[in-house]
Design a protein around this ligand. Structure first.
Ligand code: FAD
Ligand code: NAI
Length: 469
C-alpha cells in the first residue's frame, strides 16, 4: 500500500549507501537528491563528492605534487621546473573525478534497482513526501520508512557574510586564480586543508582562529607538533582572535580583529569562512512529520538513528555526531539493517579522524589528555618518522606515532602525524574495535621498509625496547 518500502532523502555518503543497502536487503527503495552540477544535471554524491572530501583531496594531491616538483625534485636528481600553473586544468581534473564518481553512483543505483528521483523533498506527513523535480513538477510519494540524510551546509558568522570576496568552502574549491593574500576564518579541518592547497600554489595564507588552543580536540603532542610544522611551511596562524568586523570591497576584504589587547586590521584578496558547518533541514518541513531537533538544529536520534517520528530515521551530518563521510555511511548501513530487522546500536568510539595536510594527521580512540582527565592509568609508546627508512626514501620525515594502552596492555588510542597517516590509522581502528593489545602489534611481522614499522616500534617503545631509537 506504500509506493516504496524506504524513501531516502539525500544521496550523500549517508543516503546513497543507505539506499543501496536497503535495496540489497530486498526493499523497494527510492533516493531523492537535489544536487545539480553546473550543467544543471543531477549529481548524486552529496557534499562529500560535489563540494567536500573528493574535490578537496583532488586539489590537495595536485598542489602537493606541484610543491614536491618545485621544492624536492632537485634532491631526487630531477632537473625539472614547473613552467606554468594551469589552474583551469587542475580544476578540470577535479571536476572530471567528481563527474565520473557521480555517474558511478547513478550506475550503482541502476544495478541495485534503487529509483533515483532528482529533486527536492519535503515532508507532507511521516509516510509521505512531496518531491519537486528539476523541472519544478511536484509529485507525492509514500514510503513505509523514510531516512533523512540531508547533510549539512557551511555555518555562517554575523561579522563575515558571504559576498564578492568573502566565500565559503565551496567557493574556495573553485577559485579561478591564486589569491596573493588569502585569509581564512577558522583554523579547523577545512581551514587547514584548503589553506594548505592555496599556500602550496603560491598564496600568502593567514588563518584567524577564535580559540586560543590550536586543534583542541587533537592530542596535545600532535597539535603542538602540527602547529610548528604548519608555521614553518608558511601558514600564518593567529590564535585567540576576536573578529570584530569585515568589509568586502570590490577588490579586497578588510578584517578587523582584537587579540585581547589591541585591534588589528588585515587585508586580503579573498577571505574564506570555514567556521564549522550546520545541519541542513531547510525546506524539509520536518514539523509535518513530528521530527524533533535539538537547540543547534540537529535532528534528534536515538542510538539506532530513530527520530521522534516512529517511521523516520536520520543519519549523517544532519544529526549530532562526527561530521564525517564514513560516519554517515556507517549510519546508513546500520539503519538499512535495522529496518530489515537487524537492529544494532551505533558506536563512534573508534572512528578514525583525519586531517589531510602534509604531514597528515590521523587519530582514533582516546587522547593522552582524556586519559589523564578521567584518571585512567595508561602506558605510552612513541616513535618518530625520522627513524624510519621508508619515510626517508619518501623525503617525509616529520612527525611521529604515539600509541596509548591501558595498564593491562589494551590499545586505547593511536595518534599519528606523518606521511600517509590516513592509511596507517586503520591498524588502530582494527586493534581497538577488537580489543587487541599492543603486544599483538609487537608480535606481528611488519614489512620492511614500510611506514607501518613505526607502529611496531611505537608498540615496542611501550616496553622501552624500540630498536631504532
Ligand atoms: P551530504 O554529503 O551533505 O549529502 C546530503 C545530500 O542531501 C546533498 O546531496 C543535498 O543536496 C541533499 N539534500 C539536502 N536537502 C534535500 C532535500 N530537501 N531534498 C533532496 N535532497 C536534499 N569528511 C570526511 O570524512 N573526509 C573528508 O576528507 C572530508 N572532507 C571535507 C571537505 C570539505 C571542504 C567539506 C565541506 C566537508 C568534508 N567532509 C569530509 C565532511 C563530509 O563531506 C560530510 O561529513 C558528509 O558529506 C556528510 O554526508 P551526508 O550524507 O550526511 O550529507
Ligand atoms: P571545524 O569545527 O573543524 O573548525 C572550525 C574552526 O572555526 C574552529 O576551530 C572554530 O573555533 C573556528 N571558529 C568558529 N567561529 C569563529 C569565529 N567567529 N572566528 C574565528 N574562528 C572561528 O569546522 P570546519 O573546518 O568548518 O569543518 C566542518 C566539518 O567538516 C568538520 O567538523 C569536519 O568534521 C568536516 N570536515 C572533515 C574533513 C576531514 O575529515 N578531513 C575535512 C573538512 C571538513
Amino acid at each position: 500500500m506504500y509506493d516504496y518500502d524506504v524513501a531516502v532523502i539525500g544521496a550523500g555518503p549517508g543516503g546513497y549507501v543507505a539506499a543501496i543497502r536497503c535495496a540489497q536487503l530486498g526493499m523497494k527503495t527510492a533516493c531523492i537528491d537535489k544536487w545539480v552540477n553546473d550543467k544543471s544535471r543531477s549529481s548524486p554524491g552529496g557534499t562529500c563528492l560535489n563540494a567536500g572530501c573528493i574535490p578537496s583531496k583532488a586539489l590537495l594531491d595536485s598542489s602537493h605534487l606541484y610543491e614536491s616538483i618545485s621544492k624536492e625534485a632537485q634532491d631526487h636528481g630531477l632537473e625539472v621546473t614547473v613552467k606554468n600553473l594551469n589552474l583551469e586544468r587542475m580544476h578540470a581534473r577535479k571536476d572530471n573525478i567528481i563527474g565520473n564518481f557521480s555517474k558511478g553512483i547513478s550506475g550503482l543505483f541502476r544495478k541495485n534497482s534503487v529509483e533515483h528521483l532528482p529533486g527536492t523533498a519535503s515532508f507532507v506527513d511521516k509516510n509521505r513526501i512531496a518531491v519537486t523535480d528539476l523541472q519544478g513538477n511536484v509529485n507525492e510519494i509514500t514510503a513505509r520508512h523514510i531516512i533523512v540524510a540531508t547533510g549539512s551546509v557551511p555555518g555562517t558568522i554575523s561579522v563575515a557574510g558571504i559576498g564578492t570576496n568573502i566565500i565559503d568552502s565551496e567557493g574556495a574549491l573553485a577559485l579561478d586564480e591564486v589569491p596573493v593574500d588569502l585569509g581564512i576564518i577558522g583554523a579547523g579541518v577545512i581551514g587547514l586543508e584548503l589553506g594548505s592547497v592555496w599556500r602550496r600554489l603560491g598564496a600568502n595564507v593567514t588563518l584567524i582562529e577564535a580559540q586560543t588552543d590550536f586543534l583542541p580536540g587533537v592530542d596535545k603532542d600532535v597539535a603542538g607538533n602540527a602547529l610548528s610544522i604548519f608555521k614553518s611551511q608558511g601558514l600564518d596562524i593567529i590564535l585567540g582572535a576576536n573578529i570584530l568586523e569585515t568589509e568586502d570591497d570590490d577588490d579586497y576584504v578588510t578584517l578587523t580583529y582584537s587579540d585581547g589587547k589591541n585591534e588589528k586590521e588585515l587585508e586580503f584578496d579573498k577571505l574564506i569562512v570555514a567556521a564549522g558547518r550546520k545541519p541542513n533541514t531547510g525546506g524539509l518541513a520536518i514539523e509535518n512529520a513530528g521530527i524533533e531537533t535539538d537547540s543547534r538544529g540537529f535532528i534528534v536520534t536515538d542510538e539506532h538513528c530513530r527520530t521522534s517520528a516512529e517511521t523516520v530515521y536520520a543519519i549523517g551530518d544532519v544529526t549530532n555526531g562526527p561530521m564525517l563521510a564514513h560516519r554517515a555511511s556507517y549510519d546508513g548501513i546500520l539503519v538499512a539493517e535495522a529496518i530489515a530487522g537487524n537492529s544494532r546500536t551505533r558506536n563512534y568510539d573508534h572512528i578514525p579522524w583525519i586531517i589531510y595536510t602534509w604531514p597528515e594527521i590521523a587519530w582514533c580512540g582516546l587522547t593522552e589528555q582524556e586519559l589523564i582527565k578521567s584518571g585512567t592509568p595508561y602506558k605510552k609508546g612513541r616513535f618518530p618518522f625520522m627513524a624510519n627508512g621508508r619515510a626517508h626514501a619518501m623525503h617525509s620525515i616529520e612527525g611521529f606515532v604515539k600509541l596509548l594502552s591501558s595498564e593491562s596492555g589494551e590499545i586505547l588510542g593511536l595518534h599519528i602525524i606523518g606521511p600517509n597517516a590516513s592509511e596507517l590509522i586503520n591498524t588502530g581502528v582494527t586493534a581497538m574495535s577488537n580489543h587487541l593489545g599492543y603486544d599483538d602489534i609487537i608480535s606481528e611481522i611488519h614489512a620492511h621498509p614500510t611506514l607501518t614499522e613505526t607502529l611496531h616500534e611505537a608498540a615496542l617503545d611501550i616496553e622501552n625496547r624500540a630498536i631504532h631509537i
